[in-house]
Design a protein around this ligand. Structure first.
Ligand SMILES: NC(=O)c1ccc[n+]([C@@H]2O[C@H](COP(=O)([O-])OP(=O)(O)OC[C@H]3O[C@@H](n4cnc5c(N)ncnc54)[C@H](OP(=O)(O)O)[C@@H]3O)[C@@H](O)[C@H]2O)c1
Length: 284
């Protein structure tokens, strides 16, 4: 991939990875989902994002089946621990179960899915312990707003966090006001979830927007490709679009080749402006 992001631990990952929410849920589409994931990896989307939450483990199992036989070291596997499992002995067991479903013996990145009842310090201790044991190579958080990040930075060991996964796309830019600048300053990469606004489902008319369509036409690409190219434009953002079909995944991978001009960005800003004040996190 031309677009990559180098994380604070020195590991370089493709800026376009594969999301998996809802994948693995329906046996009737399982085969096409497997083909989609494998096609994505072949095209260089070697970063796969999943979570114990997705389908109660079914998405992790699907990922396990998709990557069986692949060179593990060429993949960058991400999963997430549920808040209820983010403390005590529960996290180690949750991680073990996730890895078993995926058929692997380490994760490249383990994310704290969203903040729950465990004290942050306890969760951070567990994550650092799993990293020290080599079960995970790195850890991060998800759905953390700037106040959560500041609290994390004051928590002993909290500065080992290298990624914050939050909702981000052209129609959800609120994080640009203060969270993303903070993250860049502190070496925390953005993993953008819902990078296609759930295929446009989160922003009515997005995929039909005339300005986006005009820019896409000028580049000879589709609106989803334009949106993904926009998501990853800054070198600090990884986008993880999800698709249940190979044709969409291949098209998403090709967004890596799109080079947007300053003029394109200005035209997009005019219809989807950057925030001018603090906006609370969008969450799905
Ligand atoms: N940390 C969190 O709390 C959190 C929350 C939400 C999501 N996530 C992660 O982020 C990933 C992405 O977010 P998401 O799945 O919610 O939404 P998304 O990736 O923004 O959108 C997925 C939708 O877009 C469609 N799509 C994909 N490629 C397309 C293309 N080229 N043309 C037209 N439609 C296309 C898919 O339909 P088809 O299947 O028909 O292609 C699907 O309906 C998730 O899968 C998950 O891994 C994390």
């Amino acid at each position: 991939m031309d677009h990559t992001v180098t994380l604070a631990n020195g590991v370089t990952v493709p800026a376009l990875g594969l999301g998996t929410w809802y994948l693995g849920d329906d046996p009737r589409t399982r085969q096409q989902e497997l083909e989609g994931l494998r096609a994505g990896v072949e095209e260089g989307m070697t970063l796969i994002d999943t979570a114990e939450m997705y389908g109660g483990g079914r998405s992790e199992a699907l990922v396990g089946e998709a990557i069986a036989g692949m060179d593990r070291e060429k993949l960058f596997l991400v999963s997430k621990v549920l808040p209820n499992n983010a403390g005590g002995k529960k996290m180690e067991k949750a991680l073990h179960d996730s890895m078993q479903r995926m058929g692997v013996d380490y994760l490249d990145l383990y994310l704290y899915h969203w903040r729950g009842g465990y004290p942050l310090e306890e969760t951070v201790d567990c994550l650092n312990e799993l990293q020290a044991k080599g079960r995970i190579r790195a850890w991060g958080v998800s759905n953390f707003d700037i106040d959560d990040m500041e609290e994390l930075w004051e928590t002993p060991g909290g500065q080992n966090c290298i990624v914050n996964q939050v909702l981000y796309n052209v129609s959800s830019r609120g994080t640009e006001y203060s969270l993303l600048p903070w993250m860049r300053e502190h070496g925390v990469a953005l993993m953008a979830y819902c990078p296609l606004a759930q295929g446009g489902g989160l922003a009515r008319g997005l995929m039909q927007n005339k300005v986006l369509q005009g820019i896409a036409d000028a580049h000879g690409i589709t609106v989803p490709q334009l949106i993904l190219a926009w998501d990853i434009r800054d070198g600090n953002t990884i986008a993880i679009p999800r698709s249940s079909r190979a044709e969409h995944t291949l098209s998403n991978a090709a967004a890596d080749k799109v080079v947007l001009t300053e003029e394109d960005l200005r035209r997009i800003d005019a219809v989807f402006p950057a925030p001018t004040h603090k906006v609370y996190l969008d969450i799905q």
